[in-house]
Design a binder for this molecule. Structure first.
Ligand SMILES: Cc1cc2nc3c(=O)[nH]c(=O)nc-3n(C[C@H](O)[C@H](O)[C@H](O)COP(=O)(O)OP(=O)(O)OC[C@H]3O[C@@H](n4cnc5c(N)ncnc54)[C@H](O)[C@@H]3O)c2cc1C
Length: 373
């Protein structure tokens, strides 16, 4: 075990974790970032398609500016590659204290604070900030083995010359489609991209819809499959794993239903069906969650469990804070004795501004502790 007792151990080196680190650095708190990936911002590097533009999006009702301007994407969107490069330079320039390829496992109490156990041993901190994002992908609930389905796109080139199926009705799916259409357009590949969503309506923001519209006007070949349900993962006669997706269903009076379905090789399928959040980790840590019941939640669905946090993002494990994508799209906030669902959009803005609030709270608490000694 490392003997150094840091003021703050930060788990995850994405926008939330790095903003926390930078603010600790600026405020004279000792800290260490533990990142499981090979480099900082691994979550973004893994999930954004190459060439994707990064937007400095802000929720409509958010009054504050980006509280760590240094990590905010520029107002004029840049590609994810340039944003990552810029952040790398910034981290090197500020000499932020980061250890990569260290995977977080557990937290235990000790007399002076907390012990964080990881794949590379134990680290000690007075406070722990969990900022490991939300990228625990939801699995497709289909029979058979659908594990081969790509969860995101890191190389659009793989989809050139083939019919591609993208599943999911939100911005991430739309972003992936835009990038594949663009890559196909550049090499005159006319094979379509099928866009399937289990609901009848696709739910994308205006900005994404505009970019998608542009791609279509420029010749993007897209086929919409609203109301389509992935049903079976199967292996065909040639040993190819396939995904069968039902696109129409006709109920017959004789009780025998008629279906139309398409079958895609799994390698052609990209599932952008969101993430289930890091609930298993919260359970393991004994962080309390509250189930949404009887229509109490507006963002989350009935039955979803939301992590319970104070207004300063402290969990029910004392000294353990949770911020950023890990608590999106909503959490249960304890405020002045009441508990209510709090909307928390999964944006770089939210991640960065959570960090600001948390570091302010930790500064106050640590100052109090020092004062009390
Ligand atoms: C395709 C796509 C496009 C998007 N486009 C935009 C956009 O244009 N503008 C915008 O504002 N937002 C966008 N978002 C959302 C934005 O990327 C997230 O809100 C943001 O990355 C959340 O930051 P975070 O630090 O909380 O989590 P992450 O960025 O996910 O960072 C978490 C970090 O923790 C690490 N980690 C995970 N588990 C462990 C572990 N056990 N131990 C140690 N480290 C761990 C991960 O490797 C990762 O580096 C997009 C998201 C996607 C998927």
């Amino acid at each position: 075990m490392q003997n150094t007792l840091h003021d703050v151990i930060i788990v995850g080196g994405g926008p939330a974790g790095l903003a926390t680190a930078y603010l600790c650095h600026k405020n004279g708190l000792s800290y260490l970032v533990l990142e499981s990936g090979k480099a900082i911002f691994q979550g973004i590097a893994n999930t954004y398609p190459s060439g994707k533009l990064v937007y400095a999006s802000k929720p409509k009702d958010a009054p504050d500016p980006f509280m760590v301007e240094e990590l905010s994407p520029p107002d004029k969107p840049v590609t994810v590659e340039s944003y990552l490069q810029y952040v790398q330079h910034f981290v090197q320039h500020e000499k932020l204290n980061i250890q990569t390829e260290v995977s977080f496992e557990d937290i235990k109490e000790e007399r002076d604070g907390l012990i964080v156990s990881t794949s590379k041993g134990n680290f000690r901190g007075r406070k722990v900030v969990l900022s490991f994002g939300s990228n625990i992908p939801r699995e497709l609930s289909v029979y058979g083995n659908a594990k081969m389905v790509a969860k995101n796109v890191d190389d659009t080139g793989k989809y050139i010359g083939i019919k591609t199926l993208v599943i999911g009705g939100g911005n991430t799916a739309a972003d992936v489609i835009i990038n594949i259409l663009k890559a196909k357009r550049e090499v005159n590949d006319t094979h379509p991209v099928y866009w399937a969503h289990k609901a009848e309506i696709f739910d994308v923001n205006k900005e994404t819809a505009q970019r998608l519209g542009e791609e279509i006007l420029l010749g993007g070949n897209i086929r919409l499959l609203p109301g389509a349900m992935p049903r079976i993962g199967e292996v065909d006669d040639e040993g190819v794993d396939r995904l069968v997706i039902r696109i129409n269903e006709f109920k017959q009076s004789d009780g025998i239903d008629l279906y139309h379905a398409l079958s895609f090789p799994m390698a052609n399928v990209i599932a952008c069906i969101g993430s289930q959040g890091p609930m298993p980790i919260f359970d393991k840590l004994g962080i309390q969650m509250i189930a949404c019941t009887a229509g109490v939640c507006k963002v989350a669905k009935d039955g979803d469990r939301l992590v319970l946090l104070s207004a300063e993002f402290e969990s029910t494990r004392k000294g353990v804070y949770v911020i950023g994508g890990a608590i999106s799209p909503s959490f249960m906030k304890i405020n002045e004795g009441a508990i209510a669902e709090e909307k928390h959009p999964n944006l770089i803005y939210t991640a960065i501004n959570d960090a600001y609030l948390v570091v302010e709270a930790i500064r106050k608490k640590l100052a109090k502790t020092v004062g009390a000694v």
